[in-house]
Design a protein around this ligand. Structure first.
Ligand SMILES: Nc1ncnc2c1ncn2[C@@H]1O[C@H](COP(=O)(O)OP(=O)(O)OP(=O)(O)O)[C@@H](O)[C@H]1O
Ligand SMILES: Cc1ncc(COP(=O)(O)O)c(N)n1
Length: 266
């Protein structure tokens, strides 16, 4: 008999190319053995080369989806990805914050450069959502946008300035060119550096989404932040190593979210 799985919720946008957003989150949840649920915030027309269109959902639609999940299922942790508007960020803060471990991946710009959030959303993150979230997982560009500091600010200062907004922080440091990735974990004012070798790959579309989804799973399982961050980092590194030789699309290909089963020849 199979044990009943934990339930984890993702509030995020879709990626028609199957690499980032909800595609990454639900595949990661499945790979890590939890039941994934979702609330769609936006539908994107997207592939490995970029984001070609965005249709946002209304805040009321997002509220209805989260309510439906919560009314029926025992959600153990949640993560947010692309929220798309300040109104949706308010809904998330209203319905999710404080009731369960909440990981906020403050998606503002895609790997391809497409802008996925405006100044009002940045303000809502700063003033409404981050003060009530448990963990925020910005990359350097997102941390710069949230704090108003330049992108090349010392990473520790960047991470501590985001931390001053309220939540624990994992400043993700995917800098594949340098040969090493450094993620900075900040909790209660203490900075811990997690370093690991960078996987050389052009197929890294969706790493941030995959990372924050894996982090939410491990927090749902009761791990402390540092242990959860180490596991999430290891999961992404393994996923990147699997997808590194893939030839998919003309741009930055998808990270392999599901790699526990041998892939069938096709
Ligand atoms: N080339 C790589 N090799 C190994 N780990 C990586 C690599 N690139 C990123 N990571 C890891 O992936 C996780 C997510 O980091 P990253 O900084 O890439 O997020 P992100 O920029 O938000 O991603 P994305 O823009 O794809 O959403 C971190 O743990 C980071 O160290
Ligand atoms: C729907 C959606 N959510 C998040 C991202 C960010 O991911 P990436 O930085 O890998 O482009 C994205 N491109 N699309």
């Amino acid at each position: 008999m199979t044990a009943t799985p934990l339930v984890v919720l993702s509030v995020a946008g879709t990626d028609s190319g199957g690499a980032a957003g909800l595609a990454a989150d639900l595949a990661t949840f499945a790979a890590l053995g939890v039941h994934g649920t979702c609330a769609v915030t936006a539908v994107t027309a997207q592939d490995t080369t970029g984001v070609h269109g965005v249709v946002p959902m209304g805040a009321g639609d997002v509220r209805a989806q989260i309510r439906a999940v919560f009314d029926d299922l025992p959600v153990a942790a949640a993560k947010t990805g692309m929220l798309g508007s300040a109104e949706v960020a308010h809904v998330v803060a209203d319905l999710l914050a404080g009731s369960l471990p909440l990981v906020v991946d403050p998606v503002l710009v895609a790997t391809s450069g497409a802008v996925l959030g405006d100044a009002a959303l940045v303000r809502a993150y700063r003033e409404v959502l981050l003060p009530r979230a448990d963990v925020v997982t910005p990359n350097r560009d997102e941390a710069a946008a949230l704090t108003g500091l330049p992108r090349d600010t010392d990473p520790e200062e960047l991470a501590l300035t985001v931390h001053a907004l309220g939540p624990a922080v994992v400043l993700t440091g995917g800098e594949p060119g340098s040969g090493t990735c450094r993620d900075l974990v900040v909790r209660d004012g203490v900075v811990t550096v997690l370093e690991h070798p960078a996987v050389a790959t052009a197929n890294d579309h969706g790493t941030g989404c995959t990372y924050s989804a894996a982090l939410a799973v491990h927090l749902a399982r009761g791990l402390d932040l540092e242990a959860a961050a180490r596991r999430a980092q290891a999961f992404v590194a393994e996923a990147l190593a699997v997808s590194a030789p893939w030839v998919l699309g003309c741009g930055r290909g998808p990270v392999a979210h599901v790699f526990t089963q041998p892939l069938k020849e096709n």
